[in-house]
Design a binder for this molecule. Sequence first.
Ligand code: GLC
Ligand code: MG
Length: 239
Amino acid sequence: MHAATHLLATDLDGTLVGDQNSLQTLLSFYNNQPYNVSLIYITGRHYESALSLINEENLPVPDVLITDVGTAIYIGDTLEQDLAWSQHLEQSWMPEKIDAIACQIPDLVSQKLPVTNRCSYYATDVNIVEAFRTALDQAGITYKLIYSGGRDVDILPAGSGKGQALQYILNKYQLNNAKLLVAGDSGNDAEMLTMGFPSVIVGNAQPELLEQQKHPSIYRAMNSYAGGIHEAWHHFYTK
Ligand code: GLC
Ligand code: MG
């Protein structure tokens, strides 16, 4: 990772994954370039679920796998967990308290995940999400709330999230001069897409992302899924 010159930091579901043909075209395009493109996958899924997707879809094993909406990071061929990141986030993290508060909000349904590094729920009404936010604030909890797809409510440790995790990796490996493209399709990608890095919102993105303010570093692709990433790569790097 230290010497990486080109980086694709991408969400999986609905972004890199979604259309096999354009995915294969993108991967062979990268294979044919004179440079190597290091891959950073940044997903809302937990580790086991992300690995299943990588296997099912025959995705290349990434250089870095960021799971759980940026609350866990795995690095290298053996996908070793980055303990410095986990320990940093654990310092003021209170998953039991958050779950106890969630239990008192009607119609907020637990996702029942096998992890405690984030707390995720389902809610289809934004008023429920706001009631939850108020209750967390009243309890003096520090957290980051991300509501996406009109369904998923992720409560993350403050200081985490997809964008913060990506920034941590760029700092850790001193990659701030590498050519980077960030790609996403839904609300939990908004943070990483608005950090000022060359970014793409793929053509099939959820309305919640399309409502994002226009920004010179954000390219809105016509093409969907990996086709949108390919289009944006040309826009930023092969013009
Ligand atoms: C993925 C995860 C889910 C999370 C959602 C939004 O679908 O599986 O747990 O809430 O992304 O980040
Ligand atoms: Mg997605």
